[in-house]
Design a protein around this ligand. Structure first.
Ligand SMILES: [Zn+2]
Length: 247
């Protein structure tokens, strides 16, 4: 596969395969049911997990290449899942600034998604998420392309979305940024669920601190060419522990 595709596509495959392994290592996968995608530069196409492989099995070569209607552009014994086709097709088509979309059904994420108040602003992670957070009401299992417009409208220009009664979505301009968004969103939900189990009154973060954080985050992450230490570290870790992700 490496010699048959462009360098840009191969790099996208390696990053996306790494993202699947990271999610599996954290235990955020859900049998065959969650999915992550990455847009291919200069093509009307994206990469996504084949329905049939566990996240822990995914390699750079095994990722599906599909168009925005979910049709395979390279041969594979697998297909895209119907839910992935609707969610990723809708978000990637609707957001030119987004190149990676991650969707999971974690226990903590789904627990918070079912709470009327949604994500509480009680931790540093939730504070970062709250700066760019959307909600999407449950319309049933996402097999129907008719849900695409409401998914696009609800996400708007946000980086994180809680799907009520269902799970989480994080998007980013790069695989690394989508991973960092998913990490913060998932950790926020874990912290919320853990806090709620303590039967103690929770302290919300103030509007003043939120405003200060908004400015700080805008400055800190303003350089798109800044070296990505986090992603470099996660790739290093994987290359030692499970180098087959790059196969
Ligand atoms: Zn789902």
């Amino acid at each position: 596969m490496k010699t048959e595709v462009s360098g840009a596509e191969w790099n996208a495959r390696v990053d996306l395969a790494a993202f699947f392994r990271i999610v599996a290592n954290f235990g955020w996968d859900d049998l065959l049911l969650a999915h992550i995608s990455a847009r291919l530069p200069d093509e009307h196409a994206y990469l996504v997990n084949p329905y049939g492989l566990l996240f822990a099995e995914i390699t750079a070569s095994s990722l599906l290449k599909v168009d925005f209607e979910g049709q395979k552009l390279l041969p594979s014994e697998y297909e895209i899942s119907p839910e992935a086709n609707v969610i990723h097709g809708a978000i990637l088509a609707g957001r030119e600034d987004v190149n990676c979309v991650a969707h999971v059904h974690t226990v903590a994420g789904t627990a918070v998604s079912s709470q009327k108040e949604g994500l509480l602003n009680i931790s540093q992670q939730s504070m970062i998420v709250a700066l760019s957070l959307a909600y999407h009401d449950y319309e049933g299992v996402v097999f129907d392309p008719a849900e695409a417009p409401s998914l696009q409208a609800d996400l708007g220009d946000k980086q994180h979305m809680i799907l009520r009664n269902h799970g989480l979505i994080a998007v980013g301009a790069t695989v690394s940024k989508a991973f960092y968004g998913l990490y913060n969103l998932q950790r926020s939900c874990e912290m919320q669920v853990a806090s709620q189990g303590q039967d103690a009154e929770l302290i919300p973060i103030s509007d003043a601190v939120m405003e200060k954080t908004r400015k700080m985050v805008a400055e800190r992450f303003s350089d798109p060419n800044a070296r990505d230490f986090l992603w470099e570290a996660k790739l290093r870790e994987l290359r030692k522990s499970q180098p087959d992700f790059e196969n």
